[in-house]
Write a protein that binds this ligand. Structure first.
Ligand code: C2E
Ligand code: MG
Ligand code: MG
Ligand code: MG
Length: 284
């Protein structure tokens, strides 16, 4: 039946493909104007210490509010932004927006201990350190409050200049997290070459907890690597109480995921910080 209908399938498929690539081209064109049109938003996903139930940090995650299509997730446009180099300007906007928000919270008497920001490889090769240090000074944010998330793929491209730049940034107090840990190459040599502070266990490994014995074994090993090297460890994509409990038992008490909150608009994280600090002063 399928074979006889084959031609139709092909016809349908190609027009569908055309429609999709047209849409893609339109989005890609729009992306070039999105910065000027102020269409990006930064959302913040809180990170919790399960033992204290307190917010210990947040990850900044970009969203694109498209005039017609609504909120577009970064998975759909960051790869294209990387291909075209647009990521350099977009990444700089993310950095500035995040630091501006930290300054706002500080002015409101609120304290977020740490803000994590995702950086792309291309960004790191384009005058990154100088502009980063300038932005930190402009918003008077101590380097210790900022954490840069990088993937294994970025670090695998062993580049002497980049290594030195990251070492210098680390020296000045900035923190580094290894994002999506476990999904990249199994070569762990970058843990020797780079000053990493935190391993972020990818959510693909968290999903199977606590029942999938392979995931359990893998996550246990990752926590052990972190502990043996004296690094912090956080799990992303935690969705259930059972996962959070299990991770804590394994020694990973820092948790980020829908179990607590998805990435939130700044105002909503503001409310959580107010509630947390209100609780503090009520207890005094
Ligand atoms: P990531 O850095 O690994 O971020 C975690 C992703 O997992 C986020 O998706 C987050 O919303 C999602 N997530 C968090 N908790 C849960 C959970 O409990 N369950 C599930 N199923 N998912 C959860 P998002 O926001 O769509 O971001 C996707 C990726 O886009 C990020 O992955 C990051 O690699 C990239 N990205 C986001 N913002 C930026 C940015 O400002 N710059 C760069 N270069 N990349 C960014
Ligand atoms: Mg990340
Ligand atoms: Mg991640
Ligand atoms: Mg991930």
């Amino acid at each position: 039946y399928r074979a006889r209908q084959g031609n139709h399938d092909v016809l349908f498929y190609s027009s569908e493909m055309n429609r999709r690539s047209l849409e893609r081209i339109k989005l890609e064109t729009d992306l070039r104007f999105a910065l000027d049109r102020r269409e990006f938003e930064l959302h913040y996903q809180p990170q919790y210490d399960v033992r204290t139930q307190r917010i210990v940090g947040a990850e900044a995650l970009i969203r694109w509010r498209h005039r017609e299509k609504g909120l577009i997730s970064p998975g759909l446009f960051i790869p294209f932004a990387e291909e075209t180099g647009l990521i350099v300007q977009i990444g700089d906007w993310v950095l500035q927006q995040g630091l501006r928000q930290l300054a706002t919270w500080r002015a409101q008497g609120l304290h977020l201990p740490r803000l994590a920001i995702n950086v792309s490889g291309l960004q790191l090769r384009s005058g990154f350190a100088d502009s980063l240090l300038a932005h930190l000074a402009q918003w008077q944010v101590p380097p210790q409050q900022l954490e840069l998330e990088m993937t294994e793929t970025i670090l695998m491209r062993d580049n002497e200049r980049m290594t030195q730049m990251l070492a210098a940034l680390s020296e000045s107090g900035l923190r580094f997290a290894l994002d999506d840990f476990g999904t990249g190459y199994s070569n762990l040599s970058y843990l020797q070459h780079f000053q990493i502070d935190l391993l972020k266990i990818d959510r693909t490994f968290v999903q199977g907890l606590p029942d999938n014995s392979r995931d359990v074994a893998l996550v246990r090993s990752m926590v052990q690597i972190a502990q043996n090297l004296g690094l912090g460890v956080i799990a992303e994509g935690v969705e259930t109480a059972a996962q959070a409990e299990f991770l804590t038992d394994l020694g990973c008490n820092l948790i980020q995921g829908y179990y607590y909150h998805p990435a939130l608009p700044a105002e909503q994280l503001t409310e959580l910080l107010i509630a947390q600090q209100g609780g503090d002063s009520a207890a005094d």
